[in-house]
Design a binder for this molecule. Structure first.
Ligand SMILES: Nc1ncnc2c1ncn2[C@@H]1O[C@H](COP(=O)(O)OP(=O)(O)OP(=O)(O)O)[C@@H](O)[C@H]1O
Ligand SMILES: [Mg+2]
Length: 573
């Protein structure tokens, strides 16, 4: 039997490195965490050969004083905690005081740093611990080169450059999502891969996950006691074949936690096919005392004191958000560009009220977009409030009972018809003179009809005159129809008037003429309406008699109650 001996320091660190420094990406993670812990606003990363040749991280954080440089590299030396109490409430990424020592034991590490009160920077070489004056601004530059140069067994486990780079890229993405307020740049073999300016969470998430993610995403913002869950959860339409867009942060720290993963999977269970993976960026915040981050050397796992409560909270919060009707779940359109109010909050950390401010902002969007002042309260309006337009033909609206489907053209036609009729039964409809008369080519029969029925046309609000052989000029039209295609409208009216005795045309054919006018004046299919325009139409329908029937007797709208919808999905309520 060999004697029991103390291990040499280097070997202890190399053993520790086995847990912490799994690959270049883990070095990058530790260095980024240190930069953020040091209060950096800007972090620049340069990788060579997937990080195996070198990883250089430069930050503008608080720096390390000359006399502390050797300590920064020493094992079990940290500025971040001093007691068990500190550990239990730790808010920094680091607390073990061994990342740099571990990295230095398996790579060639140099650290250059300058605090704000130092005249210049100092550099320390980890292998010799020699200190030399150096150039550089306030902050810290750490370079770790030739990873595993002294541990060939580990080196063999390194994958291809592209694979190692992909892991580094993922580490940067996580950090960048956790701290959108910090600017990050990353180059690989001299090529710029990321250039992320300080931003807010939506802008940062959009940049990293792409607009497709946002087009299918629900905003999550749920609080219960001292638990809160915020962020974005994609609807099944954006589900992924892989787990590549799953970001869960606990108190700002990216974690991969079985309990949380299970809660999320369950929340999606009703709506996502088993082989698909949900996509999300979620931030769980809770009292630091309620979560133990000292479980795993790389701190990627956590342990919750009240695991069940956390599981239930995450599950219910997410399930509710995913089930909410679309109207309450902006941004279903591409996320709004950062508003001016937002710009001023750029420097806030993600855990701070900025997130709440953002969610308020997003949550208020429908109201802001809506020119109407009243809140969309589906209970108040019989036809509810518009959600969307379908194929340019139907308006989808939500009311207290459920879904309302409106035939946009038929509904508008009905409204115009009633209005034109009201205008006619009064003396004469309000007319609008056209500054530039509308000209239309007319057949001899049309020219004749225009002349014969001039009085009736005038009664309807039209003033026509021959502009030349085979050409009519329209000088005024009913104000209600001023926006329609005038040539088509007049041609249709003339077709109605043709072959009809002049004297009785209004009495006998008045309703038909009005119908023709209404039909031509109504919004055509495929016209894109804004939500306020759609809501205005709904309000006019409510104010118009018989608005539920179009002029051809077809219904203009139909109601699908929640029970009807349930039946469609064979679902009992
Ligand atoms: N970029 C940096 N800027 C300023 N100080 C730094 C930086 N990197 C490291 N330090 C200092 O060096 C110390 C050691 O860093 P190291 O990463 O080894 O340990 P840690 O961050 O305290 O804990 P952990 O091992 O959990 O990461 C830190 O506590 C910090 O004081
Ligand atoms: Mg650290």
């Amino acid at each position: 039997m060999a004697l029991i001996k103390h291990l040499p320091d280097l070997l202890i660190s190399q053993i520790a490195a086995g847990e912490v420094v799994e690959r270049p990406a883990s070095v990058l993670k530790e260095l980024l965490e240190n930069s953020l812990d040091a209060g950096a606003r800007q972090v620049d990363v340069q990788l060579m050969e997937g990080g195996t040749r070198s990883i250089r991280v430069a930050d503008d954080g608080g720096g390390i004083a000359r006399e502390e440089l050797p300590l920064a590299l020493a094992r079990h030396a940290t500025s971040k905690i001093a007691s068990l109490m500190d550990l239990e409430r730790v808010a920094s990424f680091g607390f073990r005081g061994e990342a740099l020592a571990s990295i230095a034991s398996v790579a060639r590490l140099t650290l250059t740093s300058r605090t704000s009160d130092a005249a210049h920077a100092w550099r320390i070489d980890a292998s010799s611990l020699s200190l030399t004056p150096a150039a550089g601004g306030c902050g810290t530059v750490i370079e770790a080169a030739d990873l595993y140069f002294n541990t060939p067994a580990r080196r063999k486990f390194l994958k291809q450059e592209a694979t190692e780079y992909a892991h580094c890229d993922e580490v940067l993405r996580r950090m960048a999502l956790a701290r959108p307020d910090v600017a990050f740049n990353l180059t690989h073999n001299g090529n710029v891969k990321h250039r992320l300016g300080a931003a807010d969470l939506p802008a940062r998430a959009r940049e990293l996950l792409g607009p497709e993610f946002f087009a299918q995403t629900r905003v999550v913002e749920v609080n219960a006691g001292d638990l809160s869950l915020t962020g974005f959860a994609a609807l099944p339409a954006y589900s992924r074949a892989g787990r590549d867009a799953q970001y869960f942060f606990v108190n700002g720290r990216f974690v991969r936690d079985k309990l949380l993963a299970h809660a999320v999977r369950q929340a999606y269970a009703d709506i996502l096919h088993g082989s698909r993976h949900p996509a999300y960026v979620l931030f769980l915040e809770l009292d630091p005392a309620g979560v133990d981050v000292n479980v795993h050397p790389a701190k990627i796992e956590v342990r919750f004191r009240e695991a069940r409560a956390v599981h239930q909270f995450v599950f219910h919060a997410l399930q509710r958000v995913l089930a909410t009707p679309l109207v309450n779940a902006l941004p279903h359109a591409p996320a709004p560009a950062p508003s001016p109010t937002w710009q001023g909050q750029r420097t806030l950390a993600v855990n701070e009220p900025a997130v709440a401010a953002y969610f308020d902002f997003v949550g208020n969007q429908p109201q802001q977009n809506d020119s109407r002042t009243d809140e969309p309260d589906a209970d108040q309006a019989p036809l509810g409030y518009a959600l969307a337009q379908l194929h340019g033909i139907f308006i989808l609206a939500q009311n207290a009972a459920g879904l309302v489907l409106i035939d946009m053209h038929a509904a508008h036609e009905r409204i115009l018809y009633e209005k034109l009729k009201n205008a006619l039964t009064g003396d004469r409809p309000a007319t609008q003179s056209l500054l530039i008369p509308a000209l239309l080519a007319a057949s001899a029969a049309e020219m004749a009809a225009a002349e014969e029925h001039a009085e009736a046309l005038e009664h309807l609000g039209f003033e026509l005159a021959a502009a030349g052989p085979g050409e009519l000029a329209v000088r005024s039209v009913p104000a209600l129809l001023a926006n329609s295609s005038i040539a088509d409208l007049v041609r249709a009216l003339l077709a109605d008037l043709k072959d009809f005795p002049t004297s009785q045309v209004i009495e006998a054919r008045g309703n038909e003429l009005l119908a023709t006018m209404a039909c031509h004046g109504a919004v055509r299919a495929r016209r894109t309406l804004s939500i306020p325009e759609m809501n205005a139409l709904l309000r006019e329908m409510e104010a118009t008699d018989r608005a539920d029937q179009c002029n051809h007797g077809r219904p203009t709208w139909t109601q699908l109650s929640l029970a009807d919808l349930d039946r469609l999905f064979l679902r009992g309520r």
